[in-house]
Design a protein around this ligand. Sequence first.
Ligand code: LLP
Length: 418
Amino acid sequence: MDYFNYQDDGRLYGEACDLTRLAEQYGTPLYVYSRATLERHWNAFDQAAGEVDHLVCYAVKANSNLAVLNVLARLGSGFDIVSGGELSRVIAAGGDPKKVVFSGVGKREDEIRLGLEKGIFCFNVESVAELARINGVAAAMGVKAPVSIRVNPDIDAGTHPYISTGLKENKFGIPIELARDIYRQAAAMSHLDIHGVDCHIGSQLTELSPFLEAVDKLLVLIDDLAEDGIHIKHLDVGGGLGVRYDNETPPEPRHYAEELKNRLQGRNLTLVFEPGRAIAANAGVLLTRVEHLKPGEAKNFAIVDAAMNDLIRPALYSAWQAIIPVDSTLERQSAVYDIVGPICETGDFIGKDRELAITEGDLLAVRSAGAYGFVMASNYNSRPRAAEVMVDGEQAFVVREREQLADLWRGEHLLPEA
Ligand code: LLP
């Protein structure tokens, strides 16, 4: 459920803000986020875990705007980060580093040092080489680093190959059959403190079974480790819960949590979640204006002012996102269009074969754009990145200004005169 709805005047609103107005005021392409939706989705996880000791670590990569992070930090959120940059963002947004888990396969020494200096909750470690590196940095600083090992349970998440991470052939984590041995190696390292077991099997999962299969394997591992004298304090189940883009019916956090709680009964384990998409995707839309209609023999195109540099998911993963008119009362002739951007690539499309009643100048909203939208934007074709606005009831706030042309070449230099 989100707070982007048509109201009685037939226009699309974000909470109580008229999106037509926002587009006029701030220009397009424009990302609009809803505070109430972000809060609702975060609370759904927090309440689902309920009385079980838990930490909801929002996956910063999904949408790292400072205002988004700040809204969640105010609820008491933890954060899942994958770089020193993300850690710095969390801190700049008022997030608590003590509730941060640091994931990712390629942490640099300076990033590890930053994590240790800030006292993060845990490093999710993805290889033996990384264990040794973290141990070394911690030793040099005279501290102990809290670690979990990211275990790859070899489970098919049944999602797009680019966002599936829990199979043997993926670069992520340590194969489950090696995990016990590698935990023993970690336990022998002087400056590591073993805190948890971690996994993340993929993104946009629409079934519970792969998650539960993974957890069952991890619980067996946790019992084996106890036999080895290694006592695990938390279980990090990663992110990956899917959302509704079209007609998917992803499980709700409370159903997921129910199943987890059943499995955790009688164990003294803190539960860690790393949801990104489930919190942010449907908390945002991308507003774009129709520049031209270009009818053709094989296809009709609607050329809009947003492009693959603004929202790359359709081009990269053939992702489908709903595209709807912002004003549903306009009388237009309907036709089937490919909604494309102005970029010089055939892959530059936002949606294909969409029936829409539109004309030049109309506004469209691309739904479910709050996660992996702006954060994946680029300046390809020297296009400044869009502005971002957050609505909060009747108020709208610019949470990132539109990039200016001069921003595009800031830091570039000419060669000296001959
Ligand atoms: N934890 C780890 C270690 C991750 O790698 C990810 C996402 C998450 C948590 C959050 O997963 P989520 O709850 O959002 O599914 N750009 C792609 C998605 C890439 C996901 C990468 N990892 C897309 O637009 O579909």
